[in-house]
Design a protein around this ligand. Structure first.
Ligand SMILES: Cc1cc2nc3c(=O)[nH]c(=O)nc-3n(C[C@H](O)[C@H](O)[C@H](O)COP(=O)(O)O)c2cc1C
Length: 358
């Protein structure tokens, strides 16, 4: 294949990714007091050495009580900022762009780690109180959140802005707002959760007000020359919830504002009744619809496993970037193997040069 798109550089504002392969944000539940550890450096460094164009950290939270678990990362203090800066430097040294996803877990916070079952942890057992658009819990077994008042909303918006300032200082190239998977911003967007009757609830425009305030606040601290992404759940996969048509409308409004460079197109997580059919590329139609109907760049994610599958998505104009989660967990050198499969020339780390002909 001549000049596969997967290996063509992509410029967004002032930064250029060497290829279209992105390590998707993936929580490792291995932080201490929200600070990234050697595990995080090793994990992200391996994917940079392996040739990904953009390396995303897992989601980092804006405050201690915004986390899912005690193992989650944070971006609210100097120690976290310094530890992230070390990771950014290594990733840059390998020729990858360094990206960070930032979020607030809303009513899905304060649980045990994923591999401990994700069970609710009460404040008496070391957890923390939750807040959300309303006081409805995620599931009958989940902790009941407090319905956020105006001061809570303003504090969360300010938390995203403060996080953006820290990410700027740490040297990240790309900032992604986590507005998916049933966490706080997604809870405001979805009519299944947001039944508020004030300015933050009601029709789709009012339900998106919190997200728009977060975008404005982040852009106030995030340099004009650096790209801003948003991860959205494009469908709630529940009758009466968000559909792809709703998300296309939202993305048209986001595009018009000019602050956001790319929509990272995920789905689900807001309601345990969701019915998702998983198959290779199952979320690609969302990236396709948003790119081609809303006119904004997209990332495709979800069970993209082979180089030719990734190339198909790009070559048919269905997305601009390919986010890989489990594929890159299983094989950090997937980009190097994909280059060989598609006939692209890529530079291996000099230390690994003798393996290029294997
Ligand atoms: C271990 C693990 C942790 C994850 N953590 C995050 C996260 O921090 N933020 C996020 O938006 N998605 C998270 N995800 C979802 C992935 O980013 C990705 O969207 C999902 O795994 C589907 O892509 P895949 O089929 O290529 O794995 C996680 C997935 C896995 C497997």
């Amino acid at each position: 294949m001549a000049d596969p798109i997967l290996f063509r550089p992509l410029t967004l504002r002032s930064v250029t990714a060497r290829n279209r392969i992105v390590l998707a944000p993936m929580a490792q539940y291995s932080g201490i007091d929200g600070v990234p550890q050697d595990w995080h450096l090793a994990n992200l460094a391996a994917r940079a050495v392996g040739g990904a164009g953009i390396v995303f950290t897992e989601v980092a939270y804006i405050a201690p009580e915004a986390r899912i678990s005690t193992g989650c990362l944070g971006i609210w203090n100097d120690a976290q900022e310094a530890a992230f800066a070390r990771i950014v430097d290594f990733v840059h040294g390998q020729g990858s762009l360094a990206a960070i996803q930032v979020g607030h877990a809303g009513r899905k916070g304060s649980t045990t780690k994923a591999w401990e079952g994700g069970r609710p942890v009460s404040p008496a057992d070391g957890g923390w109180p939750l807040m959300a658009p309303t006081d409805a819990p995620w599931s009958p077994a989940s902790t009941v959140p407090r319905a956020m008042d105006g001061a809570d909303i303003a504090a969360a918006v300010a938390g995203f802005a403060a996080a953006a300032a820290r990410c700027r200082r740490a040297g990240f190239d790309i900032f992604e707002i986590h507005a998916a998977h049933g966490y706080l911003i997604n809870e405001f967007l979805s009519p299944l959760v947001n039944t508020r009757t004030d300015a933050y609830g009601g029709d789709p425009v009012r339900r998106s007000r919190f997200l728009m305030e977060v975008i404005d606040a982040v852009r106030g601290e995030w340099p004009e020359e650096r790209p801003l992404f948003i991860r959205l759940s494009c469908s709630d996969w529940v009758a009466g919830g968000i559909t792809i048509d709703d998300t296309v409308e939202l993305c048209r409004r986001i595009r018009t504002r000019g602050d956001v460079d790319l929509i990272d197109c995920s789905s689900g997580g807001v309601d345990p009744r969701q019915q998702i059919a998983f198959f290779p590329g199952y979320q690609v139609p969302f990236a396709d619809a948003i790119r081609n109907r809303a006119g904004i760049a997209t990332g495709a994610v979800g069970m993209i496993q082979s180089p030719h599958q990734a190339e198909e998505v790009l070559a048919n104009g269905r997305a601009d970037l390919i986010f890989l989660g489990r594929t890159l967990l299983a094989d950090p050198h997937w980009p190097l193997r994909a280059a060989r499969a598609l006939g692209a020339e890529v530079r291996w780390a000099e230390q690994y040069h003798r393996a290029t002909t294997f």
